[in-house]
Design a protein around this ligand. Structure first.
Ligand SMILES: *Cc1c(COP(=O)(O)O)cnc(C)c1O
Length: 425
């Protein structure tokens, strides 16, 4: 569900024509829809409220790594959304965007001592501890500060899932979380320390998960472990269920809805009297963004292949090169005439700079605009300046209003970050 629709044959972001945005902001550019972000968060909030008896005062913490633009975060923060963060930079972004510390969760497999200290100072709601060695370091850092931060132990339930082998995190060989059989002893060890306050368990088994079964299996494992810890006299008041629910990149209509997902979680947690934490990233942001690009040229080769050479490269949108990800690509303006079959490629000097093979699209010409749909999550955040291409800008639309919320740097701005070594004169 999103608010990118055609009006008189031209694709709009809410009430703003994408053609006008391309003119004003240049291409390539990410365009985000406030109404879509608001709707997704609202559906999640509603589902959680409907199951308050089982989920308690649940926190919905947007996974900042999916889209960390300050205006996107501020849009969600104003609705009451929290933040799931994986670095000091992300905690700082969340705070700057207006997310209070008590709605920030700090996760991640390699937090430095400095980052742990910063999280304690920022008063984050919970630090998710991912290993025994990390617990020891956190205890040492907290002892110096005379603090006792609330923590959850991230359990690896040995259920990996997700849309691609490179985005599963809960499998037995994945680097994330504490093996399920070691987690109870670690929890007990944390409870014995005066410098941390274990409040719960966490899991996050992967991303772009399109069925509820693996998620339900992981949640059940957390439930079992909660009951086992309680029989040892240990308090468990919070379960962090991670993120990972998939979105319909292919226009699928059979994916679990937000209501199905939250309902399933409520069923598993029912009667436990815990507060739930949800960490959706992709689910809130993916369909709230498109990536606008202009056709540089149409290269119809004599071997029958036609390359649509776009002004967007894998440096701007890495998902296809990184995870073989699929994005629906549409012509911004409807064109009459016979559809063509195109290989969609960028200008980067890498053979992985290919977005799609043999796509059917209306007849396109140099200068035409296309939109990559579902590009609001893991898009702009993964962009780089590879090939010395200025970092792709971001635009936020709200009804008839729009604003450039990350500007494309000028070349001088790019060079200004690279002071010349003084001996080079
Ligand atoms: C990436 C991540 C998420 C969000 O995953 P999505 O698939 O985008 O929902 C949530 N929690 C943690 C710990 C993560 O690393």
């Amino acid at each position: 569900m999103h608010y990118f629709d055609r009006i008189d044959g031209a694709l709009h972001a809410e009430a703003v024509p994408l053609e006008a945005l391309a003119e004003a902001a240049g291409t390539p550019a990410y365009v985000y829809s406030t109404a879509t972000l608001t709707r997704h968060y609202g559906l999640f909030r509603e589902a959680v409220e409907a199951h308050r008896a089982s989920l308690g005062e649940a926190l919905i913490a947007f996974a900042v790594k999916a889209n960390s633009n300050l205006s996107v975060l501020a849009t969600l923060a104003r609705l009451g959304c929290g933040a799931d963060t994986v670095s000091e930079g992300e905690i700082r972004r969340a705070l700057k965007a207006g997310v209070p510390g008590e709605r920030i969760v700090f996760s991640g497999v390699g937090k430095t001592d400095a980052e742990l200290a910063f999280a304690i100072e920022a008063g984050v709601r919970q630090i998710n501890v991912e290993s025994a060695v990390e617990l020891d370091r956190l205890i040492a850092v907290a002892a110096v500060k005379g603090a006792a931060p609330e923590i959850a132990i991230r359990v690896n339930p040995k259920i990996g899932a997700g849309g691609h082998a490179r985005i599963t995190t809960g499998g037995a060989t994945d680097k994330f979380g504490v093996p399920a059989e070691e987690a109870p002893a670690l929890y007990a060890r944390a409870a014995a320390s005066p410098h941390v306050t274990p409040v719960g368990l966490a899991c996050h088994i992967g991303s772009q998960i399109t069925t509820l079964e693996p998620l339900e299996g992981a949640f059940r494992a957390l439930r079992e472990m909660t009951l086992a810890l309680r029989t040892q006299g240990l308090a468990v008041s919070r379960l962090d269920l991670g993120g990972g629910l998939g979105v319909p990149y292919h226009g699928q209509t059979d994916l679990p809805s937000i209501a199905d997902y939250v309902g399933m979680a409520a069923g598993v947690l029912d009667g436990l009297e815990v507060e739930a934490v949800f960490e959706p990233g992709r689910l809130l942001a993916a369909n709230a963004g498109v990536l606008l690009s202009r056709v540089i040229q149409v290269n119809a080769r004599s071997d029958g292949r036609t390359f649509l050479v776009l002004d967007v490269g894998m440096n701007d949108l890495m998902r296809p090169a990184l995870y073989d990800a699929f994005h629906d690509v549409v012509a911004v303006r409807e064109r009459a005439g016979e559809t063509g079959t195109y290989d969609l490629v960028g200008p980067i000097c890498e053979s992985t700079d290919v977005f799609a093979r043999e796509r059917r699209l209306p007849p396109l010409q140099a200068g035409d605009l296309v939109a990559f749909m579902g590009a609001g999550a893991y898009g702009a955040v993964l962009a780089s300046e590879y090939n010395s291409r200025p970092l792709v800008p971001e635009v936020l639309v709200d009804g008839e209003r729009w604003a450039v919320v990350r500007a494309r740097p000028s070349y001088d701005e790019m060079w200004s970050r690279e002071p010349r070594a003084d001996w080079l004169g």
